[in-house]
Ligand binder design. Structure first.
Ligand code: SF4
Length: 361
């Protein structure tokens, strides 16, 4: 393993930038799927190191951003019930639902607790046996295995008051929707953390079925520039394929133990995504034998959710159709301290990232 400084080496960055400029003789549009990449790309000023004929656009890989209003509204509804404690990652707290947010409900007295992991939520359940504890499970293939292990631990401990409200998602179906209905892409900067779990072969169908290249990419500036160079070469040679740039963390087959844990506990289901609506087989729900831990099954509720504020273009941004600068509320009515939409809440959200690094453009 090399030291992280090597991936931020200024000479290497300059050389890669020059190399990319030298070989880029076409127009290229690449989508970074992962919110972590969106944040890194703008934090490190990657667009300023690229020629004008390379366009980077953000995709649907910020888990908080794609969490649908109906999920937030369900969590809020549960939080208003006297015998329920809602546990959640902190980012989700400020995402606006229909007319409220978990943060507002917490301020009004709802028992909503921030946790950093599933086991922390399990501890809360163990020490509050007179309450039902619901954990809000969001995220992609990266987080689902950890939650799967928590469910196994809940079962082993015989804890009967722990429930999961799952909005877990998997990436390929959303990428397929973007390919079929969205902007014309020349390549994907693919999520390194997801691929560390799934393996790179998980993305092979994108090049074999749709002739679009994928490079599994790390999160440092050298990683990102290197992957852009690899994608440019794929386009120039008309040979789209799935390649691994992030070889220090990703293999072809991925982490088989994590995959097993995920598959032991979850099965695919249809899932709602902000900006996309319902996507077939894009979510993960608990298998039948674990349904007793499923909040939605054991405590069914219905919510009348509304879509986003009509001026908020989060949905278009998540589909790669628009940038935050095209939103009339960006950096005026919508700022990180007072977010109108989910993309301004999360540190991986495109609007939050643009606000931090590109507000004056
Ligand atoms: Fe939505 Fe705010 Fe982003 Fe506009 S700036 S798209 S209102 S989150």
């Amino acid at each position: 393993m090399r030291h992280i400084d090597e991936y931020r080496d200024k000479d290497l960055i300059r050389k890669l930038s020059d190399l990319i400029k030298r070989v880029s003789n076409l127009d290229y549009t690449f989508m970074e799927v992962c919110g972590g990449h969106t944040a890194a790309i703008h934090r490190f000023g990657i667009p300023s190191l690229l020629p004008e004929n390379i366009r980077l656009i953000s995709g649907p890989g910020c888990p908080v951003c794609v969490t649908h209003n109906s999920f937030i509204d369900k969590a809020i509804t549960y939080s208003k019930m006297d015998d329920i404690i809602v546990t959640t990652f902190g980012d989700l707290l400020r995402v606006p639902g229909t007319g409220s947010s978990l943060e507002k409900e917490k301020a009004m007295g709802a028992d909503i607790r921030i946790v950093f992991s599933g086991p922390e939520a399990l501890d809360i359940a163990k020490s509050n046996s007179d309450k039902k504890v619901i954990f809000l499970g969001i995220g992609f293939e990266t987080t689902a295995p950890g939650i799967a292990v928590t469910i196994k631990e809940v079962e082993k401990a015989g804890t009967e008051n722990f429930y999961l409200l799952s909005a877990h998602k998997v990436m390929p179906p959303a990428m397929e929707v973007i390919i079929k209905e969205g902007v014309k892409l020349n390549g994907f900067i693919c999520p390194g953390h997801v691929a560390a779990i799934t393996g790179s072969e998980y993305f092979n169908f994108i090049s074999t079925k749709y002739n679009i290249g994928c490079v599994i990419t790390g999160f440092e500036p050298v990683d990102i520039l290197h992957s852009i160079y690899m994608l440019v070469n794929q386009v120039n040679s008309s040979s789209p394929k799935t390649e691994i740039q992030y070889s220090r963390a990703v293999s072809k087959g991925g982490n088989v133990i994590a995959q097993k844990n995920m598959n032991d506990i979850f099965i695919p289901c249809n899932e709602y995504w902000r900006g996309f609506g319902e996507i077939a087989s894009s979510g993960l729900k608990l298998r039948r034998e674990y349904e007793r831990f499923d909040a939605g099954k054991m405590m069914p509720i219905k919510v009348n959710f509304q879509e986003d504020n009509e001026l908020c273009i989060c949905g278009d941004i998540l589909r790669g159709l628009k940038t935050p600068h095209e939103c009339s509320l960006f950096a005026t009515a919508c700022v990180p301290e007072n977010p109108v939409g989910a993309c301004m809440v999360s540190i991986e959200g495109a609007c939050n990232t643009f606000y931090k690094y590109r507000v004056n453009e």
